[in-house]
Design a protein around this ligand. Structure first.
Ligand SMILES: C[S@@+](CC[C@H](N)C(=O)[O-])C[C@H]1O[C@@H](n2cnc3c(N)ncnc32)[C@H](O)[C@@H]1O
Length: 348
């Protein structure tokens, strides 16, 4: 056991660097353990005891009993080798004093066995949610590819579960990645997918902060997407296979829509919902108002402006609803239709 324990990770430096309550607790526990064992407390014995505690912290399982819930910690060096995934292919169950590693599905030879370190499906582990902004571009692409592959069970067309983490998080990362690359069209398709097919299922209230932020993201990407060159289109709309025809199809969809009108309407929605979502001081509200002022200053948009203002005044009127469905929602849905193809073509 001692030799096996030597091989497991303890991340002592990371715990020390955090220097929070956990580290203070560990020092106290280490001193108590040495005292209990009748061993002298000195710098060396304390460091050894702390290392063991850190290894337990990183590698042990909460041993759960069906009736009395947590009954203690369970540590097994072989089981401690199993890494985390937010979409695991296995889980650990306690049967009496034994821990049993069960597979959720068939695990092929050489495929990694992964369990979830967290308790509920909607939580997301820091490794899956860690922002990738400080990472070099090829590493970032590799990370998104890896995370996207892990989302496969959530995008099974027979039982899609787009709102379950980590899928929304991976799409958000990919949208930001494309935005930073200057590929606003692809970022927009992904953000449109999040705004229309993910966020409403994650948060029912239209003033939920994440939904309002999602609308601003779509509006910002739209503002950056220059009116598309419709001549670049290949004319294909179905069975988009190659990256080139996918690009052409997205450009065609963009070329058909009135980008300024969609952008302005989304910004009006952000301005309407932001105070309920957060406050009058919210930076999202400020940004939306600034962008709105820029669009309203564009020349020759009196008709569109009148339609948008009418919708804002009376969103439930028949004509206004039709305007929203046809001029705003329908083109956004069309863009969102390309999201999964884009992810598969760029990150598979
Ligand atoms: C219980 S151990 C798992 C085995 C460990 N990878 C090893 O080789 O000893 C937990 C540690 O593994 C690493 N780890 C586990 N899952 C990970 C993941 N999905 N991504 C990155 N690191 C992970 C972290 O350093 C974590 O503290």
């Amino acid at each position: 056991m001692g030799a096996a324990m030597a091989g497991v990770q303890g991340h002592v430096d990371r715990f020390r660097a955090d220097a929070g309550k956990l580290w203070a607790d560990m020092e106290l526990q280490a001193m108590a353990a040495l005292h209990y064992l009748g061993r002298e407390t000195n710098a060396r014995s304390l460091a050894e005891a702390i290392e063991i505690l850190c290894k337990l912290q990183v590698n042990s399982f909460n041993r759960l009993d069906e009736d009395v819930e947590q009954t203690g910690l369970f540590m097994n060096p072989a089981l401690a080798m199993v890494n985390h995934s937010c979409i695991p292919n296995a889980f650990v169950q306690f049967v009496g004093r034994k821990a049993v590693l069960h597979a959720y599905q068939e695990i092929k030879k050489d495929e990694e066995i992964e369990i979830s370190y967290i308790a509920t499906v909607d939580e997301i582990h820091p490794w899956c949610s860690a922002p990738l902004s400080g990472v070099s571009e090829p590493d970032r692409q590799k990370q998104i590819r890896r995370r996207w592959a892990a989302c496969k069970p959530l995008r099974d067309p027979r039982s899609p579960a787009y709102a379950i983490e980590p899928l929304p998080r991976v799409l958000t990362e990919a949208s930001m990645f494309f935005g930073e690359q200057g590929n606003f069209a692809y970022g927009l398709c992904i953000s449109a997918f999040l705004a229309t097919r993910v966020d409403p299922y994650k948060a029912a209230a239209p003033f939920a902060p994440q939904r309002v932020k999602g609308l601003l993201m779509v509006a910002k990407l739209l503002a950056n997407t220059a009116p598309a060159d419709t001549g670049a289109s290949t004319g294909e709309s179905k069975a988009v296979t190659s990256a080139k025809s996918l690009r052409g199809a997205v450009e065609k969809a963009l070329g058909k829509m009135d980008q300024a009108t969609v952008c302005q309407t989304l910004l009006e929605l952000v301005v309407y919902y932001a105070p309920a979502a957060h406050s009058e001081e919210w930076s999202v509200l400020r940004e939306a108002k600034d962008l709105l002022a820029d669009i309203e200053a564009l020349p020759s948009r009196e008709t569109e402006d009148a339609l948008i203002k009418a919708f804002v005044r009376n969103p439930n009127g028949d004509g206004e609803r039709r305007f929203f469905e046809q001029a705003i929602l329908s083109p956004l849905r069309e863009l969102s239709d390309y999201c999964l193809d884009i992810m598969d073509s760029e990150f598979s």
